[in-house]
Design a protein around this ligand. Structure first.
Ligand code: ATP
Ligand code: MG
Length: 451
């Protein structure tokens, strides 16, 4: 049974992990898709502005073309000018103006987003004549090759488009074709947040469904464990009660058999003795049944018959009766100021006797009983030097039918109802029980009842 529960728990946990991983994968895929979609959106809008970005300001672009031509021609005249070309291109004097113009256009189109951009120069190639190609400049896009724009790094940016420009000149001085290529990179500030916002519904649903699954998982496991505990307790109880019933029943059947014998019928003393034994066993059976009936009541069902009682005096009487039944148990007491309390004497007597009986049953030689009034609570401490109770058993101790070890049935008989009853009675008095104990260190019960 326990193994089956463990297998079930492991399987459920595994399924939960798989579902969680799948959920993560789906969310990640959706995120990637949303990012791609967002970029396409930005690209489409920006493309419209920059489709022919000479629209932005034709005079500026004219200047740019002019600079290109000038540089190309300078180079053709003096090949040593080569090193100057890139420098001049990047240090162009329309940089500031063009950046501002484009920025304005972007802001107009995306009023809700903050957009940074850069135009990066990639290529500057001169075709001098059909055979001769002069690649003055051809590099992968680097932020260092920014011609204009306000982007500081390409890390978070994405490519919007490449511009390939060709210019040809058939002048007298020179005859060449110029090919230039530059790229527009854009980065939208807080784009991750924008994408996540668009995914909020999916994120909430994914999170809620996983959370619901975990909650259902925990509830299922908890109820499984609880059921297992209940079934264990039931089995224990049945074992205990059959064991308890067996002794009187065997004695009864043996006694009746003996009674049938002729010589017994003639011996009056033996006959009476047997009748007494039968009576005793009968009473024992009766009291066992009563114990089960009475002790299994819940505290809500117990009707208390409270009366004003002098607490210390009341406990002294219980101890006196207990001493008579157990003359060999040492009892030490320590009583403080007498207190009047509203108590049900009958139920409380049984409860306190249950605790004292337990002490004897579970190995005590001496019991130390003390009472005192503290913070408007009357506290009764019952401490023994018996076998003690392991700490991990404390939480179960007051459960109905619970006994610490199934193995100790034969050492000390019981149904596991004594402490359950004590707990119910103290609860019915609106009180609490504290337990201080560990294996081999004796046991102390402190019963507190509000005064
Ligand atoms: P019943 O009282 O119904 O005849 P029981 O004594 O086994 O049976 P409880 O009085 O409810 O049942 O006690 C529950 C368990 O707690 C006991 O089986 C015993 O193992 C443990 N226990 C209770 N009191 C003590 C104690 N003073 N020292 C050590 N173990 C104790
Ligand atoms: Mg008991």
């Amino acid at each position: 049974m326990k193994q089956r529960i463990n297998i079930l728990i492991s399987l459920l946990a595994l399924v939960l992990v798989v579902l969680f991983v799948m959920q993560l994968y789906l969310v990640k895929t959706t995120y990637d898709y949303k990012v791609a979609q967002f970029r396409i959106e930005v690209k489409e809008k920006l493309s419209k502005i920059t489709n022919d970005y000479s629209d932005v300001d034709s005079t500026l672009f004219h200047k740019k073309d002019f600079l290109y031509k000038e540089l190309a021609e300078n180079y053709l005249i003096d090949k040593n000018y080569r090193s100057q070309v890139k420098k001049q291109l990047l240090e162009n004097h329309f940089r500031k103006q063009l950046t501002e113009r484009l920025q304005k256009e972007f802001d107009k189109e995306f009023p809700n987003h903050e957009i940074d951009f850069a135009i990066i120069l990639n290529k500057f190639v001169i075709y001098n004549n059909v055979k001769k190609v002069d690649t003055l400049f051809a590099e992968k896009p680097f932020i260092e090759n920014k011609m204009y724009g306000n982007l500081a790094s390409l890390d978070d940016a994405f490519l919007i488009r490449n511009y390939v420009g060709t210019t040809s000149s058939n002048g007298l001085k020179s005859n060449y074709k110029l090919l230039t290529e530059d790229s527009l990179y854009v980065s939208v500030k807080n784009w991750e947040l924008i994408v996540l916002k668009r995914m909020s519904l999916i994120l909430i649903l994914a999170f809620a469904s996983i959370l619901t699954l975990i909650i259902i998982f925990v509830i299922t496991i908890k109820s499984l464990i609880k059921q297992k505990k209940i079934s264990d307790i039931k089995t224990d109880f049945i074992n205990n009660i059959t064991h308890e019933l067996k002794t009187p029943l065997t004695t009864l059947s043996v006694s009746t058999k003996i009674l049938e014998r002729k010589e017994v019928k003639e011996n009056e003393m033996l006959y009476n003795q047997l009748i007494q034994t039968i009576n005793r066993q009968n009473e024992r059976l009766q009291s066992l049944i009563d114990q089960v009936m009475n002790n299994s009541l819940g505290f809500e069902e117990i009707e208390l018959n409270k009366e004003k009682i002098k607490a210390n005096e009341f406990i002294k009487t219980i101890i006196a009766d207990f001493k008579m039944a157990h003359p060999f148990i040492g009892i030490q007491t320590d009583f403080h100021q007498e207190t009047q309390l509203n108590l049900d004497a009958f139920h409380l007597t049984t409860a306190i006797t249950n605790v004292l009986e337990n002490a004897v049953k579970y190995g005590a030689k001496t019991i130390f009983i003390s009472t005192h009034l503290q913070d408007n609570e009357f506290k009764i401490s019952i401490k023994d030097d018996g076998i003690g109770i392991a700490k991990n058993k404390h939480s179960l101790l007051f459960d109905k039918f619970y006994r610490v070890e199934q193995g100790n049935i034969h050492n000390a008989k019981g149904l596991g109802l004594g402490l359950y009853y004590v707990d119910q009675i103290i609860k019915a008095h609106k009180g609490t029980i504290k337990l201080v104990s560990d294996l081999g260190k004796g046991t102390q019960f402190i019963l507190s009842i509000p005064s």
